[in-house]
Design a protein around this ligand. Structure first.
Ligand code: HH2
Length: 272
């Protein structure tokens, strides 16, 4: 899942795609060529302390981009939003998945929009709001609590009529979690398989990698790939990243090792 943030203030790529859909389309096309199977468009930064965005502003940011991607590219588009109104407009513009970082805790109407649209739903774990979530990073057993709280989100989606086949769960790395919590969650990710849904992770360029590596966001690409491989080995199957090409390579190698098989014959000249 390639990240396309059309925000002025995202923590690592804010402002890069401002000014109309052309640059987002160009970036999206490059991500698909690099191996992305899904593109995630977001119009509201949810980094710790980020300022909330009005529904009208969020729609104005994401809708033209979603229309362009859905029209021009062959992969499904997801909308990263917590708001039912934005999700409804995004589905009308061609989005096929809703990625809700609040796990259906922010806007009760969002589950109905997903059920009526017959689209996919990513349920991410967080506590509180982006402004205050780090104050909620207190757990006895972070993995068990994330699993149980995600289980409540899954139950809410089912109750609204979203089928199991449409639901993906995500532990929400960095959302109401300290760096140490993120590491524990990745190492014990397999415990989330009890929920019975595919697992997505989003470690891309996040500050826990900066804590380990002491480098700024743009230099956390190899760290992101390492975190994705660790999560893959523990059961994750969808990876939300800014840097699709290097992460896709790392995952391809990890998958070949797990399967003990080279995926396809090497191209002529690539044998050595
Ligand atoms: N992380 C961010 C945003 N959306 N969605 C899911 N499912 N999982 C995540 O881990 C996740 C997410 C935050 O990262 P980013 O979009 O790069 O930054 P910002 O929120 O500042 O736009």
């Amino acid at each position: 899942m390639g990240i396309l943030n059309v925000t002025p203030d995202s923590f690592s790529d804010g402002g890069e795609l401002a000014g109309g859909p052309a640059r987002a389309l160009e970036r999206g096309r490059a991500m698909v060529e690099a191996g992305a199977a899904l593109l995630d468009v977001g119009g509201e930064s949810t980094r710790p302390g980020a300022a909330p965005v009005s529904e009208a502003e969020e729609r104005a940011r994401v809708i033209p981009v979603i229309e362009a991607l859905a029209r021009e590219l062959d992969v499904p588009v997801s909308v990263d939003t917590r708001k039912a109104g934005v999700a409804r407009a995004a589905l009308a513009a061609g989005a096929r998945v809703v990625n809700d970082v609040s796990g259906l805790n922010h806007d009760p109407a969002l589950a109905d929009v997903v059920a009526e649209g017959g689209v996919g739903l990513v349920l991410m774990h967080m506590r509180g709001e982006p402004a205050d979530m780090m104050g909620h990073a207190r757990y006895h057993d972070v993995v068990a609590e994330v699993r149980d709280e995600l289980g409540a989100s899954v139950a809410r989606a089912r109750a609204a009529g979203v089928p199991d086949t449409a639901i993906v769960v995500d532990p929400g790395l960095g959302f109401a979690k300290t760096a140490e919590h993120n590491l524990i969650v990745i190492r014990r990710l397999a415990e989330l398989e009890a929920l019975g849904q595919p697992i997505l992770v989003g470690p891309s360029r996040k500050s826990f990698l900066g804590r380990i590596l002491d480098v700024p966001p743009a230099e956390r690409v190899i760290g992101t790939a390492a975190a994705c491989v660790a999560a893959y080995l523990a059961g994750a199957r969808i990876f939300r990243v800014h840097d699709v090409a290097p992460v896709a390579q790392a995952l391809k190698v990890a998958e070949a090792i797990v399967r003990e098989a080279v995926p396809e014959p090497p191209r002529a000249g690539a044998a050595c």
